[in-house]
Design a protein around this ligand. Structure first.
Ligand SMILES: NC(=O)c1ccc[n+]([C@@H]2O[C@H](COP(=O)([O-])OP(=O)(O)OC[C@H]3O[C@@H](n4cnc5c(N)ncnc54)[C@H](O)[C@@H]3O)[C@@H](O)[C@H]2O)c1
Length: 447
């Protein structure tokens, strides 16, 4: 089939490459010319494991092209996936839908023949119905142009795997024809993986996505709230999480206490969900999400407090390294990154140096003296005496599995800490590194 993918960011670039890998002819469209040039050359404009190979393989095979023209997209495609961003609206909890609206307004007037526009962006319930009416108004193709919603559940860091082998496919449609078209798009996945296929109405499809994210955020904040109680009572939240996670009704994933969630999805999605509930007159129903958000933000403050305690009550005169700029492992996505928030707060309080060592290394530079974020470019001007590591599982629920502690050891740092502390026996152990709250299994063998 001939597909277009409009918006080639973390979601769209992966979707475009993977759809081409399934055998479709795909045109990716974005307003960002630099991004389009990189993608057209087979180079991912961001870090995502496996994307480079899928992208270059399909660009080379001629199944995947890129453009900045919506007119070209309309001419080319039978199915148009809308994957543009829906960030938090400035000064409000609500979603900013200007990019989604711009795509519909820019694409629909060029749709002269039968086409299916498929939203993949995460939107407040009711958006799809509104856009369907807008398309009916603007598209010269009239009733032959339909809208469907197909929310996306991929995880950054596993995006290629999740797109090619999703744990479910959810589509919201208004006709049998639209459902059949989407089944044809995903046929290779449905046939090989027996992936659950959930076909429903537009509103349910929209709500599935935001409800899933609200649940995941709640689970993370739940264990983080319990971590505070454990700290106060001298208990071990890691053991507690393992124990309760054995209950199949609870499950162990997303149950690692840490710095809390961040990134371009969970924080803004739960806020937009609350804002939409308010518009629908059911704000009480989602009142608990305010607390989920607050618990999450408190983790960042708690991390700074813990760090300050550990260096004797003040950051002045202490070099601090905050490990991990991205909001999760195997990503360079720094949107609403808890680590950057912690680093910036420490820097404000210390007026000296809060440095972030990101992984992957090419993550954009945060700050500052004496380290740079590019390990190859310069040596540290002085050796940090204290390091705070943001747990790599902050939003994924996984445990710390990064090479940071190892690289720190070789850089002579004296302390590594996580916001989940007080694991008995974990306070000491390194030759040059003092480990606090870093599980033994992820420390270097020499520690
Ligand atoms: N990133 C994820 O892991 C993920 C997972 C599931 C769902 N989502 C949802 O997918 C959507 C996109 O997220 P993302 O992380 O890919 O965002 P992103 O910011 O990485 O990408 C959005 C892209 O859309 C482009 N764009 C903006 N306006 C455009 C226009 N008018 N025409 C063409 N392109 C335009 C931007 O240049 C950018 O490249 C959001 O709604 C998000 O909530 C994201």
């Amino acid at each position: 089939m001939r597909l277009t993918v409009i918006g080639t960011g973390y979601l769209g670039a992966v979707h475009a490459a993977c759809m081409a890998d399934l055998g479709h002819d795909v045109l990716g469209v974005d307003t960002d010319t630099a991004k389009i040039e990189a993608l057209a050359a087979g180079r991912p404009p961001f870090h995502e494991p496996g994307l480079g190979e899928v992208l270059s393989r399909n660009v080379d095979a001629g199944r995947l092209r890129f453009s900045t023209s919506l007119a070209e997209a309309a001419e080319f495609g039978d199915v148009h996936f809308v994957c543009v961003g829906t960030p938090q609206r400035p000064g409000s909890n609500a979603a900013d839908l200007r990019h989604v609206d711009a795509v519909v307004d820019g694409l629909a007037p060029h749709l002269h023949r039968e086409a299916l526009v498929v939203g993949k962006s995460t939107v407040p319930v009711g958006t799809a119905a509104r856009l369907a009416a807008r398309i009916a108004e603007l598209a010269p193709g009239g009733g032959d142009v339909e809208l469907a919603w197909n929310p996306e559940f991929l995880r950054e860091g596993f995006a290629v795997q999740d797109t090619l082998h999703p744990d479910r496919l959810v589509v919201g449609v208004t006709s049998e024809k639209a459902a059949a078209t989407l089944r044809a798009v995903y046929a290779p996945i449905l046939e090989s993986d027996e992936t659950p296929w959930i076909c429903t109405d537009l509103a349910t499809a929209e709500l599935v996505k935001v409800s899933a994210n609200a649940f995941l955020a709640t689970k993370i904040s739940f264990i983080n709230a319990i971590a505070d109680v454990c700290d106060a009572a001298g208990a071990d939240v890691t053991t507690l999480a393992t124990a309760i996670g054995h209950d199949a009704r609870i499950g162990s994933r997303f149950l690692s206490a840490g710095l809390g969630f961040g990134g371009g999805c969970l924080p803004k999605d739960i806020r937009a969900f609350m804002a939409r509930a308010q518009e629908l007159g059911v704000h009480d129903a989602l009142g608990f999400l305010r607390e989920v958000d607050e618990i999450n933000m408190r983790r960042r403050r708690r991390t700074v407090e813990l760090a300050r305690e550990m260096v004797g009550g003040t950051f002045l005169g202490t070099n601090i390294a905050v490990l991990g700029a991205a909001f999760k492992p195997d990503s360079d996505d720094v949107r609403d990154s808890p680590a950057l928030n912690v680093a910036a707060t420490i820097q404000l309080q210390g007026r000296r140096s809060a440095c972030t060592i990101p992984r992957p290394w090419r993550t954009p530079v945060l700050c500052s003296r004496p380290w740079t974020t590019r390990p190859t470019s310069r040596r540290p001007a002085s050796t940090p005496t204290w390091c705070c590591t943001s747990p790599s599982g902050s939003s994924t629920g996984s445990s710390i599995r990064s090479p940071w502690p190892r690289s720190l050891a070789t850089r002579g740092c004296s302390t590594v800490a996580t916001p989940c502390r007080r694991r008995p026996g974990a306070r000491r152990g390194g030759r040059s590194v003092r480990w606090v709250g870093v599980p033994a299994e992820v420390r270097p063998a020499t520690a």
